[in-house]
Design a protein around this ligand. Structure first.
Ligand SMILES: NC(=O)c1ccc[n+]([C@@H]2O[C@H](COP(=O)([O-])OP(=O)(O)OC[C@H]3O[C@@H](n4cnc5c(N)ncnc54)[C@H](OP(=O)(O)O)[C@@H]3O)[C@@H](O)[C@H]2O)c1
Length: 364
């Protein structure tokens, strides 16, 4: 059933709302406007008021357990602590609205956590908060990408402009914090199966100290025969990138890093896997629930290009192993998936997002 978080009762009629209030026992809330360019005001309706409305549903007729997909950025930005036992209202009582990267989005996710803490304290709402870092593609549906996310935008921009910096980092030892969506979905299921009481927060970061960083991802692209020139001077690379993406045809430009360029204006601090807060709790919860087959927090890896090619030629929306076509959710439109095969060769206009909905709500 489709509903709009921005509308009272999600735009549902009263009998439907009451039926949900009576029959639902667990609310899993991943829906959000995920946009790193818009200000807080624009995120408020969906991410804050929408979460408040879901809390209202959770407390109507009977208490329902509530799982909220937050983001680790809530505690990695501004002054806060990654301590999973800390009360966000105390550890981060005030947030600054400014021009920093993804400030509006992160503030709206923080506000969602604050609302849930209040609802728990005042009404005993059972809450689980999951705080992932970057959510990466599913491991089985090789080649299918989250087109508007900052990682995909970066890769598209590097491939289209045929340039990358020698390194994205100020020093050695960097590690990219990303976990595949299938593992995180397993974690959500595992956490939802636990006894519904209390307030529990779980950081879900990639803890492997494996040296797999954005620089390694560029190596993988080069190995996959993308013609990418590495430029020693970071500023020179950034200037070339900016100039090149600004003059891309509109359709490619909208999938590029352009609206988020400032995030890459400077090389990043290198943080190794051991430098991240531990994710032992989520690992233990998944192991205990035995919900999936992952056998622990997976490392970030590059799918075998042969598998990508096979799944792309079999029809990229098919399961590469079984050939079965995953069913779309009722009421959703099928979008053409983005595949490695459709990434452009250097110098050719990229065929990204062809036929894709580029409506006003698309992430920048
Ligand atoms: N992507 C990441 O790396 C990342 C990292 C950390 C945390 N997260 C969190 O993980 C969750 C999912 O992120 P994602 O990247 O998968 O986002 P996404 O692809 O943009 O999906 C967001 C979902 O929210 C729905 N939605 C947006 N506005 C809505 C509204 N007004 N009413 C009802 N539904 C609405 C969208 O519905 P439609 O499909 O109909 O548009 C979509 O299904 C979010 O809560 C995000 O904050 C994401």
């Amino acid at each position: 059933m489709a509903g709009d978080l921005q509308k009272p009762a999600f735009g549902l009629d009263r009998p439907t709302w009451l039926r949900l209030a009576d029959t639902v026992d667990l609310i899993v809330h991943p829906a959000a406007l995920v946009n790193h360019a818009l200000p807080y005001d624009e995120m408020f309706g969906t991410n804050v008021a929408g979460t408040a409305e879901l809390i209202r549903l959770a407390m109507t007729r009977r208490l329902k357990a509530f799982t909220y997909i937050s983001t680790f950025a809530v505690v990695s930005s501004q002054s806060s602590t990654a301590d999973e036992d800390a009360d966000i209202r105390l550890s981060s009582p005030v947030r600054r609205l400014d021009q920093s990267y993804a400030n509006g989005y992160i503030t709206s996710k923080w506000a969602g956590e604050v609302l849930l803490r209040e609802a728990h304290e005042q009404c005993g709402l059972p809450v689980v908060v999951l705080r992932p870092g970057m959510i990466m593609a599913h491991r089985r549906y090789a080649g299918q990408l989250n087109v508007p996310d900052v990682f995909t935008r970066l890769l598209i921009s590097v491939v289209v402009t045929c340039t990358a910096p020698r390194s994205f980092y100020r020093s050695r030892g960097a590690h990219y914090d990303g976990l595949p969506v299938d593992f995180l979905a397993e974690a959500v299921v595992a956490l939802g199966q636990r006894k519904a009481d209390g307030y529990h927060t779980f950081n879900a970061l990639n803890p492997h100290d494996d040296g797999i960083s954005l620089d390694v991802v560029i190596d993988w692209l080069i190995e996959a025969r993308c013609a990418i020139e590495r430029i020693d001077d970071y500023k020179e690379w950034f200037t070339r990138l900016e100039t090149a993406v600004r003059v891309l045809p509109q359709r490619q430009r909208q999938h590029s890093l352009l609206p988020l360029l400032h995030a890459y204006a400077e090389p990043q601090e290198a943080v190794g896997g051991l430098g991240l807060p531990p994710s032992d709790r989520v690992r233990a919860a998944v192991r205990e629930a035995r919900t999936g087959v992952s056998g622990g927090i997976p490392p970030f890896s590059f799918p075998d290009p042969k598998v990508c090619r096979r799944s792309a030629s079999a029809g990229s929306d098919r399961d590469g192993g079984s050939g079965r076509r995953p069913r779309p959710h009722p009421g959703t439109r099928r979008r053409p998936p983005m595949t490695w095969r459709r990434l452009p060769a250097c110098g050719r206009p990229p065929n990204v997002g062809a036929g894709e909905d580029v409506g006003a709500r698309e992430e920048l």
